[in-house]
Design a protein around this ligand. Structure first.
Ligand code: ZN
Length: 146
C-alpha cells in the first residue's frame, strides 16, 4: 500500500467471488486467509459456538470475543442442487451446483467443483473445502471429493 495513503473503505471482501457475504470489516481477514490457502470460520471464545461464514459477533451469546479456526478435513454432503439460473453477475458460470457440507459442529455452504460430474454426487458422500482462485482473480472456495 502506498505510504501515507489512508484506506477509507475496507473492501477486501470484494475479492470474494462466489457466495454473498455480509461485508463486515471485522471478518475481512477471511479474504487474507483465503489468499493464504485457508478457508476459515469463527469460534466464540465465550460459548464455543462455531460459525461459517465467519461472524464478528456470536449469534448465540452476542459476544464479540471470537477466534478463527480453519475448515479442514471431511464434511458430509447433506444437500446439493444444480442451478440453471443465477443471480445477476453469475450468468456466465451457469450451470453450477450449490451444496451444504456438514462438518459436525458447523455447516459450510458453497459450490461444488465444476469438474465433478453430477452422477458422482450423492448425499452422505465425504467432501472437503478447497480454496481456489477464479480465472478473473477473485478468491473463493469449492467443494471437492475428499
Ligand atoms: Zn458465543
Amino acid at each position: 500500500m502506498a505510504k501515507g495513503k489512508k484506506k477509507e473503505v475496507d473492501d477486501r471482501f470484494s475479492k470474494f467471488g462466489t457466495v454473498s457475504f455480509t461485508s463486515i470489516s471485522k471478518v475481512n481477514d477471511f479474504i487474507d486467509y483465503l489468499a493464504q490457502g485457508k478457508v476459515m470460520g469463527t469460534k466464540c471464545k465465550q460459548c464455543g459456538t462455531v460459525h461459517f461464514p465467519p461472524v464478528a459477533d456470536c449469534a448465540e451469546c452476542l459476544s464479540s470475543d471470537v477466534e478463527w479456526f480453519e475448515v479442514t478435513g471431511k464434511g458430509k454432503l447433506i444437500s446439493f442442487s444444480k442451478l440453471m439460473y443465477g443471480p445477476v453477475g453469475f450468468e456466465d458460470d451457469l450451470p453450477y451446483s450449490i451444496a451444504l457440507l456438514d462438518y459436525g459442529d458447523y455447516k459450510v455452504f458453497g459450490r461444488i467443483a465444476k469438474d465433478i460430474p453430477d452422477e458422482e454426487l450423492s448425499i452422505g458422500m465425504a467432501m472437503k473445502t478447497d480454496p481456489i482462485t477464479l480465472p478473473n482473480g477473485q478468491l473463493s472456495y469449492v467443494f471437492t471429493k475428499a
